[in-house]
Ligand binder design. Structure first.
Ligand SMILES: *Cc1c(COP(=O)(O)O)cnc(C)c1O
Length: 428
């Protein structure tokens, strides 16, 4: 049924580590082999065997307008005929920076980079330079790209020195990172008290998307804002997923908390590689060449990525888009919940805006510990049952599904219908 993908995966494994250029694509936690994708249109992708899928991956977040949006295609075609990279300044970089600053009041100035990883890496460097401190605090289950100092989760105890999640990271890097449980401000306060005048920054996903979708508890972000201020630590929001996803002003606008530095990526590149970090002008003036903190990039502010980003933001600016996304997502989520209930399968669906995760769990999922109690085997079966019917969800329990503006009411209905039979099969 998918012989071409299967064959291509074995070819890939000969020449690419694990056959993929990013581990999450390898289907390891759901089993089976990845589908090789040839094209996408709207909310649908087509694999090399000719199967079409309605998909909720959105390239892991960027494609809030769906595949091949006419406005993005036109912007890219126009830029291609003008040139793809100059290593010199362009007007469109200024336009995108202005659009980002207009959308996010916490940002006076912004630097464009090439990935979310680069954005968080640079934000941490900047925070350390600005505060003259070395340690950073992150939260278990939050992912900030594959930056050495951020590839750390809590070890056996909270507030103990971090253990690297990956070999190849020098202890010095992870020793300065402390990871604490999400939605647990008391532990954070404790760690801040025990590391007085040593914490440069607290970094988090204001709405977590990388342990599945996990929402901040009421007052959690406000408490972080207050605590970081009291301790002279910067608050960094990693809005690589949530920026321009949860509202035009990101999670910070929706949840009304202003960070010191914001990291962006994904949507602001319209499907091309990009990242950005920005904040108050007093902080950003430390970045070279205005200040001493070095950070650079051959392709930073790349004209193609910037053109796709501007085109995306122009479409998104219409406020009705976000209410439409939310309405569609709520319809889908309530339909999925009902289908699971009717089949007698216990799931907890976390959702906000156009983000959701179906946790196969009988308790609320509020942090990494509770997320990890989900039944990943059931998720894998659910995933494959839907894939077979032509619906592509993230190939892991610990990822977020995304609804795009290209999904229609009929796509949502068809998805619920297919999920019903998938849940029924699981219940047997
Ligand atoms: C995807 C992601 C990153 C990393 O971005 P890349 O472009 O993959 O380097 C960082 N933070 C969050 C919250 C992300 O979801």
């Amino acid at each position: 049924m998918t012989p071409k993908s299967k064959h291509m995966f074995s070819r890939a494994q000969h020449r690419i580590p694990g056959g993929v250029n990013s581990p999450v694509r390898a289907f390891q936690s759901v089993g089976g082999h990845p589908r090789f994708i040839k094209s996408g249109q709207g909310c649908r992708i087509r694999d090399i065997d000719g199967h079409t899928y309605i998909e909720y991956l959105g390239s892991w977040g960027p494609l809030i307008l769906g595949h091949c949006h006419p406005k993005i295609k036109a912007a890219l075609q126009k830029q291609i005929s003008l040139g793809t990279s100059f290593g010199a300044s362009t007007e469109s970089e200024v336009v995108l920076a202005e659009m980002i600053a207009d959308a996010l009041p916490s940002i006076d100035k912004v630097r464009l980079v090439n990935s979310g990883t680069e954005a968080t890496m640079s934000a941490v460097r900047l925070a350390r330079a600005f505060t003259g401190r070395h340690k950073i605090i992150k939260f278990d289950g939050c992912y900030h790209g594959h930056v050495d100092s951020l590839l750390v989760k809590a070890g056996s105890g909270v507030a103990t020195l971090g253990l690297p999640d990956s070999p190849g990271i020098v202890p010095q890097d992870s020793n300065y990172t402390i990871s604490v449980p999400y939605n647990d401000p008391d532990t954070l306060e404790d760690v801040l008290n025990r590391n007085r005048s040593e914490i440069a920054a607290v970094i988090l996903e204001p709405v977590a998307g990388n342990m599945g979708a996990v929402l901040p508890a009421k007052g959690f972000l406000q408490r972080l804002r207050k605590l970081t201020r009291e301790h002279g630590a910067l608050l960094i929001f990693d809005e690589v997923i949530t920026g321009f996803r949860l509202s035009y002003g990101g999670a910070q606008q929706l949840l009304k908390v202003k960070p010191d530095i914001t990291c962006l990526g994904k949507i602001i590149g319209g499907g091309l590689p990009i990242g950005a970090y920005g904040g108050h002008r007093e902080i950003m003036k430390w970045v070279a060449p205005e200040g001493p903190v070095y950070q650079a990039g051959t392709l930073s502010g790349n004209p193609l990525a910037v053109a796709a980003g501007i085109a995306t933001l122009k479409v998104l600016k219409k406020a009705s888009n976000y209410s439409k996304l939310e309405r569609m997502t709520q319809n889908l989520v309530s339909g999925l919940q009902k289908a699971a209930d009717q089949a007698g399968v216990t799931v907890r669906i976390n959702t906000i805006g156009s983000m959701f995760t179906i946790f196969f769990n009988d308790s609320p999922v509020t942090d990494f510990t509770s997320a990890k109690t989900s039944n990943t085997g059931s998720y894998g079966k659910f995933f494959h049952a839907l894939l077979k019917k032509g619906f592509y969800f993230p190939p892991s329990q610990f990822e977020t599904s995304f609804v795009s503006l290209a999904h229609t009411g009929n796509d949502i209905k068809a998805t619920i219908q297919a999920a019903r039979t998938a849940f029924d099969a699981l219940a047997e």
